[in-house]
Design a protein around this ligand. Structure first.
Ligand code: PLP
Ligand code: CA
Length: 303
């Protein structure tokens, strides 16, 4: 297998690499910033790419935020960005439900395991939902809940979809309710299935680990709508109409970002070493997910 090109410090190599692409799909956390810490020269790099006429789309698996939340974060970080350039997994799931699934009423309501990012994006697509941040679900399971869930009186008859994302208040009541809908035939979707959530301190359980209780209970995986799912790639392509051969995915995580670009048959993938994976994860023989090129930090693209 050809080994990836190392671009840090290679001015001619960077130029040649950038010239291959018109569109860059950017992962956010681990590439632009880590939590609230902006990496050096990121804003300048984004500006340099824009000045070369490159089209940028910011593709993140974070479902706890909406596109509007991300716009605020970009503003705070001093990176120019339009709401329409953000494609987060909460939005990806909402678009899939509203425009692709198009479940005929009355089974078009969504039961949400997740935070406000999902709720806002479902609202923006005109999809109704229950669960989510509703305080009625943020409590211990009481004995009568067992009967009410079992006989269906605690369930909304219009729910036809269970959407699982990162929920910081996951509890037994939420899992039991989601499982009940799934047993009644609801479609099982996930915003993303990241096993872990990188933070400035350590790795924490990610959306995939929160949804794993439902996966185990019902016995099959959810259809994931975040990276590396190609349902997300198709949705991005549907919105931005890009030429895949002239598009590059930039990311820090091999099993989400780089896999996403490779499976999507994009023209290139660029791994950035400021996040989850390190060069020993893809260099050498027998590695499964190998980027086309890699760089120590995004700011190194300035040359
Ligand atoms: N999910 C959550 C809840 C997050 O907070 C993050 C990163 O902040 C991610 C997923 C991963 O995001 P990205 O795809 O931008 O690396
Ligand atoms: Ca990332």
């Amino acid at each position: 297998m050809p080994q990836p090109a190392y671009l840090t410090g290679d001015k001619a190599g960077i130029q040649e690499f950038l010239d291959k692409f018109d569109v860059f799909l950017f992962d956010c956390d681990g590439v632009l910033w880590s939590g609230d810490h902006l990496f050096p020269k990121v804003a300048e790099t984004i500006e340099m790419l824009r000045s070369k006429g490159k089209r940028l789309v910011f593709v993140t698996n974070n479902s706890t935020k909406s596109r509007a939340d991300y716009k605020k974060k970009f503003d705070k970080m001093g990176i120019p960005c339009e709401v329409d350039e953000v494609f987060c997994s909460s939005y990806s799931a909402a678009v899939y439900i509203a425009r692709i699934l198009k479940l005929p009423g009355p089974k078009n309501k969504v039961y949400v395991l997740g935070e406000t990012g999902i709720e806002q994006e479902l609202e923006s697509e005109g999809v109704s939902y229950v669960g989510g941040t509703d305080p009625a679900f943020r409590r211990d399971m009481e004995p009568e809940d067992f009967t009410k869930i079992a006989d269906g009186s605690a369930l909304d008859p219009d729910v036809g979809i269970v959407l699982s994302g990162l929920d910081f208040h996951v509890n037994y009541l939420k899992l039991a309710t989601g499982y009940a809908y799934l047993q009644r035939g609801a479609k099982f979707l996930a915003t993303n299935t990241d096993s872990s959530l990188p933070t400035a301190h350590a790795l924490f359980p990610g959306a995939g680990s929160v949804g794993a209780g439902l996966v185990k209970a019902i016995g099959h995986e959810a259809l994931a709508l975040g990276k590396p799912s190609q349902a997300m790639m198709d949705a991005i392509e549907g919105k931005f109409h890009f030429d895949r051969s002239r598009t590059c995915m930039v990311g820090d995580r091999l099993n989400t970002d780089i896999q996403f670009g490779i499976e999507g048959k994009l023209g290139g993938t660029l791994a950035v070493l400021t996040g989850v994976n390190k060069h020993e994860d893809f260099l050498g023989e027998g590695k499964k997910v190998v980027p086309m090129a890699y760089i120590d930090a995004l700011g190194d693209l300035l040359g």
